[in-house]
Write a protein that binds this ligand. Structure first.
Ligand code: MF3
Ligand code: CO
Ligand code: CO
Length: 313
């Protein structure tokens, strides 16, 4: 069984926040009609199910991306601007011989997304200067030898409010609950079920307009990974060899979002209440999920966010 296809005016499955017709529709149709064909001599590789060599390529891409996250985390302090963070991401990636995936992606002109406070996702780095009490999601995606690693963390800027701590904790716990719900061959909807359970217990809401996604040689591919459970979604199975992201966005208030009418990217909560997000790239193996973007120095499974941790001050 396949997921319901998005209509032309629905949000694109890729999580860009754009209408399907303006985003991946043409590409999907080209693929479906066989317009994009590998040369006859090339053995056809299934882009959704990776063999061992391809899994190793993903492991390398994700390991570099995690290293970049470890590098950037320490710079996120009061007084730095989101544009300066972007520059650091850009330069570190290029210096290591890799490519920021968002640069030039569908007209996006920056090397990462920086989503502060009431921004759900796709915050565009610029002149905003971080101040004590902010929370910021830094979303990094690198291309390493043609393969993508994608992850994000919500970082605390100095000491933050209790509400900010709780929504950050909730999105982190929701991501890990979803990872723990994965078994070889399970349905995508197990992810949304786990996330909604954690959000409900905390009294928060789950964003419905931006999805996790399959990932590999392409930044965004099938399956799409909703972070909520509804009958029409999530019927695909997650079989060994599949790579995808889990990236729940959790809101303190309404789950609804609104995209900035000027930059066409930045997605705000409709009520301007706080939103937090974490993201990992996952490989389903024959034995279960492998989290490919684990960091050495970031928050590990089970982490508790407090204001007294080695804070980013
Ligand atoms: N990294 C985001 C994700 O998790 C996508 C950002 S696309 C951009 O899927 F163009 F907004 F950068
Ligand atoms: Co992603
Ligand atoms: Co991302």
């Amino acid at each position: 069984m396949k997921d319901r296809k998005p209509g032309p005016n629905d949000a694109c499955w890729c999580g860009s926040g754009r209408k399907y017709k303006k985003c991946h529709q043409a590409q999907d149709q080209a693929g479906a009609q066989g317009v994009v064909q590998p040369p006859a001599a090339t053995p056809r590789r299934d882009p959704l199910h990776l063999d061992e060599e391809e899994r190793n390529s993903m492991r390398r891409a994700c390991a570099f991306n995690a290293q970049l996250m470890d590098y950037i985390r320490d710079y996120v302090k009061p007084g730095i601007s989101t544009g300066e963070i972007d520059q650091l991401v850009h330069d570190y990636t290029i210096q290591h011989g890799h490519t920021p995936a968002t640069l030039g992606y569908r007209g996006y002109t920056k090397s990462c997304c920086t989503s502060v406070n009431e921004v759900i996702c796709h915050g565009v780095p610029g002149t905003q200067v971080l101040k004590e009490g902010d929370i910021i999601n830094v979303d990094l995606t690198s291309i390493v030898d043609g393969w993508h690693g994608d992850q994000s963390e919500t970082l605390l800027v100095g000491a933050v409010s209790d509400e900010a701590l709780r929504v950050t904790q909730c999105s982190f716990d929701a991501m890990w609950a979803a990872i723990d719900a994965l078994t070889p061959g399970c349905k995508v909807k197990e992810i949304g079920r786990a996330i909604q359970r954690v959000a409900k217990a905390a009294g928060f809401s789950v964003v419905k307009e931006f999805f996790g996604h399959g990932i590999g040689k392409r930044f965004h591919q099938r399956p799409h990974i909703p972070h909520f459970a509804e009958n029409s979604h999530g019927n695909e199975t997650l079989d060994p060899g599949m790579c995808f992201t889990i990236e729940p966005m959790i809101n303190v208030g309404s789950w609804r979002s609104e995209v900035d009418r000027f930059d066409n990217w930045t997605a705000y909560t409709i009520d301007r209440k706080l939103s937090a997000q974490f993201e990992h790239t996952i490989l389903m193996t024959e034995k279960g999920p492998e989290v490919m973007t684990l960091t050495k120095r970031g928050p590990q499974r089970g982490h508790k966010f407090t204001n007294s941790q080695p804070a980013n001050v």
